[in-house]
Design a protein around this ligand. Structure first.
Ligand code: DGJ
Length: 730
């Protein structure tokens, strides 16, 4: 999969689907040639043209006026030697200079993929994977830059990361080190990215890329509701089913930046990595710094194919453990059912109803610990709120098990309330700047997870809990952004490291905890989807998509999320009406169909349901259980966008293409409405499918489509279709 042509000085990484070409240019400058659809063989004709661009300097060892780093397409651009575009790194040396010039020194091609210590990472069996490690050196600075490129035989992706090693005898400060940089030749592009807000995460935003610099960033310490670490460059006329698309996804749960620059000659550069804002990492002699991974993906046939590539890749090569590609339980969560106002009697009633409906897992949310009766207190005190549950936490968990359900618990371990035993004992354990009062958010502070003592204490508390209560599931929440990012244990000169050290500490903690408790299903959460990123998915196979449980709002949120994250990762619950976030009233049918589009759960007071509603929920659960594998792990494709019109639709197709489930959602009713034709995708054109007593050819369903029922009544209407291929003799 990886070849080095010594004549041309070109590395060619390829599999059946993609090619990635790197050329060692004159002076050892590492140039980018190509990323895209597979080419069988590169013959060498695409060398960057020599041209005198005024005000574009020549590198010091080149007297060729026609050669400049200012215009060349580069693999990992830096500032200082005449590239005035955005850089992928900035390293301050002991003499105060930020000028560094890395030139090619060596390379290795390895079977498999080297492990990244302490960071989330994609993985797989060695025999289907190859890695190219380019070693670049700046001898004056005494620095080595390693660029990693991994290609998997089964995916249209390249996994990239970078590393700096200090071989000098003075410390240096890394002020920026991107995970990847990619240059494109002159061609028009649109950008799609996923900005948002609390309860409105991952809203699909598309815009043309024009001259100048566009920066997508997050400085909140988590990957955030406000900007997901994901972007797509695509041909301006590309659609869900047509056109070239290039995806960029970062395996990192903290501050991130994606910088897109279109230069004076209309070449486009995309840089992605840890946010350089206030980042400064001291690198002493002999030490190295590793940037997180970025997964860049290619699709020749539109966004759905790009998403399918990410879905398959993340299901197969990112998610780990017991639940990798395994069906997830249907849960009931008591948060929107009771909030903090619960006792054992209320919970018992919920559990009994849940059992009756066929729900498999009961999750006890916030409020079971310390003195917690509201959100003002007790974070950090991870022992039970004595007396709140008559049988005690362990007794209650046992009771839930005895009734035949699994038991899950909510935690928010990275946080501490001002009013908590933990804070009274260890007021120095917060992120805080000396002599300043740290900012409060939701009445809580952030624990300094960069500290070993903080982590050790929490680990001891959590393991004691896990060892005494029969826990099958943990919801790991995080309800504020990081402010006052300062660690009392670190030197003043190291304070620019704290945000990243927090993440490294958290990742280390999660690795240890999830390894020690391999049967627990962990679900990530940050006020809903405030930390829904590929980094977190390495530790937790599913994430609570949004605190917004309104089915209509969920259409846009889940549509956006699905661009990169698989359905198997998206928690989605049916909740009460009027909805608690939007006050909207919708039918149970649309709430069910929206929630079945991810990992189905319920989050409402089941004891308040009418007999008819219970019957409807039973039907939803029975249907979901029967088709869970298809809905959680099938080939997902978007058919109608809620961003473009009044409706949304998507479908799931089984790997053998013999079965498909389609959901259609209409937002508002309209008089004299145009008919809606839904064309399906991904079926076998030669098979005949049956649904609702009718037969359809696969080609018909994809070419003609089917009419959505024109009699669908009212706002917030929905239809669900189930297609099964007929056996040949039928
Ligand atoms: C925010 C979460 O997203 C909610 O689901 C709930 O767990 C609350 N926190 C509890 O405080």
């Amino acid at each position: 999969m990886i070849l080095f042509d010594k004549q041309l000085n070109v590395f060619h990484l390829s599999n059946d689907q993609i090619s990635y070409l790197i050329q060692i240019e004159e002076g050892g400058n590492v140039a980018h040639l190509y990323f895209g659809k597979k080419i069988a063989h590169y013959s060498g004709g695409y060398r960057y043209p020599r041209l005198d661009r005024s005000f574009s300097p020549n590198p010091p060892d080149s007297s060729d006026r026609l050669f400049s780093l200012d215009t060349l397409m580069l693999e990992f651009p830096g500032n200082g030697f005449g590239d005035f575009r955005e850089a992928a790194y900035a390293i301050r040396q002991s003499d105060g200079s930020r000028v560094s010039h890395f030139v090619f020194s060596d390379y290795q091609i390895q079977q498999g993929k080297p492990a990244l210590a302490g960071l989330p990472q994609t993985h797989g069996a060695d025999d289907g994977i190859e890695t190219l490690i380019l070693s670049l050196k700046d001898d004056v600075a005494g620095l080595e830059l390693q660029l990693f490129y991994t290609i998997f035989e089964d995916a249209a992706v390249i996994v990239r990361s970078s590393k700096v090693i200090n071989h000098g005898n003075q410390p240096v400060t890394i002020e920026q080190l991107a995970s990847q940089a990619l240059d494109f030749p002159n061609r028009p592009f649109d950008l799609i990215h996923l900005p948002g807000a609390w309860a409105k995460e991952r809203q699909v935003t598309r815009e043309p890329i024009n001259r100048g610099i566009k920066r997508l960033d997050c400085k909140r310490g988590s990957s955030s509701h406000q900007q997901n670490p994901f972007a797509v460059l695509l041909e301006p006329n590309a659609t869900e089913f047509t056109g070239e698309c290039f995806g960029f996804s970062l395996l990192y749960s903290g501050n991130h930046e994606t910088i897109i620059e279109k230069d004076p000659y209309h070449q486009t550069r995309v840089i992605m990595g840890i946010n350089s804002h206030q980042f400064a990492w001291q690198l002493p002699p002999t030490e190295s710094f590793q940037a997180p991974e970025a997964v860049i993906a290619y699709s020749e046939t539109g966004l759905n194919q790009l998403s399918a590539t990410y879905h398959d890749f993340y299901d197969e090569h990112l998610i780990r453990g017991k639940y990798k590609k395994q069906e997830r339980p249907i849960l009931i969560n008591n948060w929107e059912a009771t909030y903090f106002d619960f006792n054992e009697e209320k919970l018992d009633a919920l559990v009994d109803e849940a059992k009756e409906l066929g729900i498999e897992l009961f999750v006890l949310d916030d409020g079971w610990f310390g003195q917690r009766e509201d959100d003002q207190t007790s974070l950090g005190d991870w022992f039970e709120n004595e007396g709140k549950l008559a049988s005690g936490l362990a007794g209650f968990a046992q009771k839930v098990h005895d009734k035949g359900l699994q038991f899950g618990l909510w935690l928010e371990p990275e946080m501490v309330s001002g009013d908590s035993e933990l804070n009274r004992q260890h007021p120095d354990w917060l992120l805080q700047v000396p002599n300043r009062k740290p900012a409060l958010s939701r009445s809580q502070y952030v624990l300094d997870f960069s500290r070993q003592d903080v982590r050790d204490h929490l680990y001891q508390q959590l393991t004691q809990l896990f060892d005494t209560v029969a826990i099958d599931y943990i919801k790991w929440d995080m309800n504020r952004s990081l402010s006052d990012v300062y660690s009392l244990l670190l030197d003043p000169a190291q304070q620019g490291e704290v945000a990243h050290r927090y993440l490294l500490g958290l990742y280390e903690f999660l690795e240890k905890l999830t390894t020690a408790y391999p049967t627990i299903l962990f679900e990530g959460c940050s006020g809903g989807g405030g930390r829904f990123d590929a980094g977190f998915l390495y530790y937790m196979p599913q994430i609570w998509t949004s605190d917004n449980t309104d089915a209509i709002a969920r259409l846009k949120i889940q549509y956006g999320t699905s661009l990169v994250y698989p359905p198997s990762t998206m928690g989605a619950h049916v909740s009460a009406i009027p909805n608690h976030q939007t006050q909207r009233t919708t039918d149970l049918a649309i709430r069910g169909n929206a929630a079945m589009s991810g990992l189905l759960g319920y989050e409402l007071d089941l004891t308040q349901l009418t007999a008819e509603e219970k019957a409807q929920i039973k039907e939803q659960i029975t249907f979901y259980k029967k088709h869970r594998r298809l809905l959680q792990l099938g080939r997902f494709a978007r058919l109608l966008s809620p961003y473009e019109g009044n409706d949304a639709a998507w479908l799931y197709v089984s790997p053998d293409k013999k079965e498909a489930i389609v959901f259609y959602f209409r937002v508002l009713a309209e008089a004299s409405a145009p008919l809606v034709t839904l064309k399906l995708a991904g079926l076998d054109p030669d098979l005949t499918y049956q649904s609702g007593g009718e037969s359809f050819g696969g080609d018909e369903l994809m070419q003609l489509g089917l009419y959505i029922d024109p009699h669908l009544a009212g706002d917030y209407a929905t239809q669900r279709f189930h297609f099964v291929a007929k056996a040949p003799h039928e």
